[in-house]
Design a binder for this molecule. Structure first.
Ligand code: Z5A
Length: 221
């Protein structure tokens, strides 16, 4: 077993099952002998006192004031860098494991594709804010917007993003799939399947990840 910390991220449309996936990853890590106090959950936007305030600004209707798409994007990156610098990086340096509910890929998909920001602009902003920081593994839970929203909307009142139309969420999903095709650290999980099957795929993805990670680790020794 390696002892270096790692950052795992769960991504997907609303209602994709990210909460369950975070628990599955935690369970998997515990089975590898990693102690509970070495496993940390994060969510984005949020996860520090300031980032949680920014989350509320991001999610709420602002008494008639329009949150412009650029302001929305900057609020998300302000929250993200607070979380990365104050919580995630220190945890990884301690050798702990961080399991994130969303990270930068959400901005690439929701703001990039959903809000229509240019890909080069998005990449420039990401690099300026995060440098080369990125998760070791991202599990993208793929559901159609129809299924995801149906699962999630039983909860009641809709937030600002949830009020977007189906075309917005279809663009977001297409972008997720496109990013996953190009980046081997993003694994697509078919999250329309029964939860037991989803859990099996999550375990398989983690098995492959740790196998590859250990090979790399052995090679470097
Ligand atoms: N956002 C953004 O635009 N840009 C960014 O950079 C970031 C975020 C970071 C965050 O809202 C919003 O911010 C999000 C994107 C945007 N908005 N949208 N839409 P959030 O954190 O409040 O909401 P969410 O991330 O969308 O989470 P969610 O609705 O809680 O989704 P989830 O965690 O994936 O869902 P869940 O609670 O795990 O599952 C929902 C239900 O489905 C639950 O009852 C489960 O038991 C059920 N479920 C799960 N899996 C299955 C399967 N396989 N079969 C049947 N039922 C299932």
């Amino acid at each position: 077993m390696t002892t270096d910390g790692q950052f795992f991220v769960v991504e997907g449309l609303e209602g994709a099952g990210k909460t369950n996936a975070q628990e599955q990853i935690k369970h998997y890590l515990q089975n590898r002998g990693i102690k509970s106090n070495q496993i940390l959950f994060t969510r984005e936007p949020g996860g520090t006192p300031l980032a949680e305030k920014l989350r509320n600004i991001f999610k709420a209707d602002l008494d008639g004031e329009v949150l412009t798409r650029k302001a929305e994007l900057l609020v998300l990156y302000a929250a993200r860098i607070q979380l990365v610098e104050n919580i995630i990086k220190p945890a990884l340096l301690r050798g702990d494991y961080v399991i994130g509910d969303r990270h930068d890929l959400s901005s690439q998909a929701y703001q990039g594709a959903g809000r229509g920001f240019d890909a080069t602009f998005m990449l420039t902003l990401k690099t300026l804010v995060l440098d080369s920081f990125k998760p070791q593994l991202t599990l993208y839970l793929d559901v159609t917007p129809e299924i995801g929203l149906q699962r999630a909307r039983v909860r009641g009142e809709l937030d600002r993003i949830e009020k977007e139309d189906l075309a917005f969420f279809n663009r977001v999903r297409e972008a997720y799939l496109d990013f996953a095709q190009k980046d081997p650290s993003i694994i697509i999980i078919d999250a329309t399947q029964p939860i037991e099957k989803v859990n099996q795929e999550i375990k398989k993805a983690l098995d492959v990840h740790f196998e590859n990670h250990e090979k790399k680790f052995d090679y470097c020794r």
